[in-house]
Design a protein around this ligand. Structure first.
Ligand SMILES: Nc1ncnc2c1ncn2[C@@H]1O[C@H](COP(=O)(O)OP(=O)(O)OP(=O)(O)O)[C@@H](O)[C@H]1O
Length: 258
């Protein structure tokens, strides 16, 4: 039960961003997508979510070709959280999260008791119950990010994609969110792919890492494999900072033994 990429190319009409992407993200696993700025992480997440067509190659979920899923089927199976600001309109937090149930509700769109229970669960699990009755126009960036994550969880997808979900969160909330994603992957048997710049934290918690280097090559493996074979250092080390495989943190070069 997996998301599978086969020689996938993603990009834009006049700009191929990444080619030859082959990788697997398993259900029940947290997969992190890492790489320097501008390398193509968001483009890849958007293509996987069906928000832009792939340029070539294949991608499948549990064997089903993702490009051939109907809109409804895609909405039932795949949820995505992007960093883009949403226009809040006149919605409350609960109403926004309730939108996540729409792929599952019938023709009328009316929520049943189970839908309401799932919405309450999603709000609770991202620690946003106190935002349920707040107007979206009045919540902070970090609070809105929690609600968008809750909306995606309310969808009860098989595959959850998140693009830099911690961009607006404070340090404790970033740790909490990544821990929550780790836990949900196992508990809900979800495939979760999350792009992040929180390299140290993500490497500590992930089951699988997809690491794109500056040349656009995708390296995959367990975090431990990519740390010990030097890939993490090759991608992220700078003149000032070096990844220390023992502590799993970036350290100023002068503090480390040569
Ligand atoms: N709509 C677009 N049309 C054409 N090129 C685009 C478009 N959006 C992004 N790009 C380009 O695609 C490349 C990859 O951008 P993308 O946002 O996917 O990178 P990223 O790895 O998510 O970066 P960051 O870590 O800075 O968020 C960049 O060169 C960017 O300029």
């Amino acid at each position: 039960m997996t998301l599978r990429l086969d020689a996938l190319s993603v990009g834009y009409r006049r700009h191929t961003v990444l080619t030859g992407l082959s990788a697997v993200a398993g259900r029940g696993e947290l997969t992190i997508l890492l790489g320097p700025n501008g390398v193509g992480k968001s483009t890849m997440i958007r293509a996987l979510a069906g928000l832009q067509p792939p340029l070539s190659g294949g991608m499948s979920l549990d064997g089903a070709d993702l490009t051939r899923l109907s809109t409804t089927e895609r909405a039932r199976r795949i949820a995505v959280v992007l960093t883009e600001r949403v226009s809040p309109g006149l919605l409350t937090g609960r109403e926004l999260v309730s939108f996540g149930r729409h792929p599952h509700t019938g023709f009328t769109g009316a929520l049943g008791q189970r839908d309401r229970d799932v919405v309450a669960w999603a709000l609770d699990v991202v620690d946003a119950t106190h935002l349920a009755d707040r107007d979206l126009s009045e919540v902070s960036d970090g609070e809105r990010q929690r609600l968008l994550t809750a909306r995606a969880l309310a969808q009860e997808p098989d595959l959850l994609l998140l693009d830099e979900p911690s961009a607006f969160l404070d340090a404790p909330s970033r740790v909490a969110l990544m821990g929550l994603l780790r836990r949900l992957a196992t508990e809900r048997d979800l495939a979760i792919v999350v792009s992040t710049h929180e390299v140290e934290l993500a490497l500590r918690l992930a089951d699988t890492a997809w690491l794109i280097d500056a040349h656009g090559t995708l390296h995959t493996g367990t975090p431990q494999q990519l740390v010990s074979d030097g890939t993490v250092s090759a991608v992220f080390d700078t003149e000032q900072l070096r990844f220390d495989p023992v502590s799993g943190t970036f350290e100023p070069r002068e503090r480390l033994p040569a």
